[in-house]
Design a protein around this ligand. Structure first.
Ligand SMILES: [Zn+2]
Length: 195
């Protein structure tokens, strides 16, 4: 994992500074074809590159949204992770379902989507997401195989704790990966001691 940090201090979510005890991790993907981190994270720190409308603003694209991290491409094309909120801040990533919101206790990160057809890019961001999730589970003492701990947005919606989105189940299966595979690889990475 190539972990960087750039907090979105101008985002209303960061400014709210509401804290939580992380009890899980929610995996998202952006739903737009732009794999560049600079589209979402800014200002440019020299390696990010710059995008036209990053999320370091009160309401990115007019919405109250914020996640704890993004995974995507740096300016030089390599894949990295940017932490954009302290892990124990309440993020605004899951929306709401009939049983409440995963925002109250889940760390949320976005994987920047490309055109969903590039296997090499998928393999790189998938691995980065596995390692980030393993790192978070280790940091907060979480079992990725326990029910409801590591979930994607679509699974959260099904469980009634997130808005009705398809991510990441419109993407991972195209390259033969399920969320069960993801959870198992997170566990293996933790057990391997690399994270
Ligand atoms: Zn989502």
């Amino acid at each position: 994992m190539d972990l960087h940090q750039l907090y979105l201090t101008k985002n209303l979510c960061y400014i709210a500074k509401k804290t939580m005890v992380p009890a899980g991790v929610m995996v998202h993907s952006t739903g737009a074809n732009n794999p560049r981190l600079g589209r979402y994270v800014g200002p440019d720190d020299g390696v990010l590159g710059s995008g036209p409308n990053h999320w370091n603003t009160a309401k990115p694209n007019g919405q109250e949204v914020c996640v704890h991290a993004f995974i995507g491409k740096l300016k030089n094309g390599s894949v990295a992770t940017y932490q954009t909120l302290p892990w124990n801040y309440v993020g605004w990533h899951a929306g709401k379902g009939p049983k409440g919101s995963a925002n109250r206790d889940h760390i949320g990160f976005e994987i920047c989507e490309d055109d969903l057809a590039d296997g090499a890019y998928f393999a790189a961001v998938y691995r980065e997401a596995v390692e980030l999730t393993a790192y978070l589970c280790r940091t907060f003492g979480l079992d990725p195989l326990a029910k409801g701990v590591v979930i994607c947005h679509a699974e959260g919606a099904r469980a009634g704790i997130a808005s009705n989105h398809a991510d990441v189940l419109h993407w991972f299966p195209k390259f033969g990966k399920s969320m069960d595979d993801f959870r198992r690889e997170v566990r293996q990475t933790m057990d391997g001691g690399g994270i």
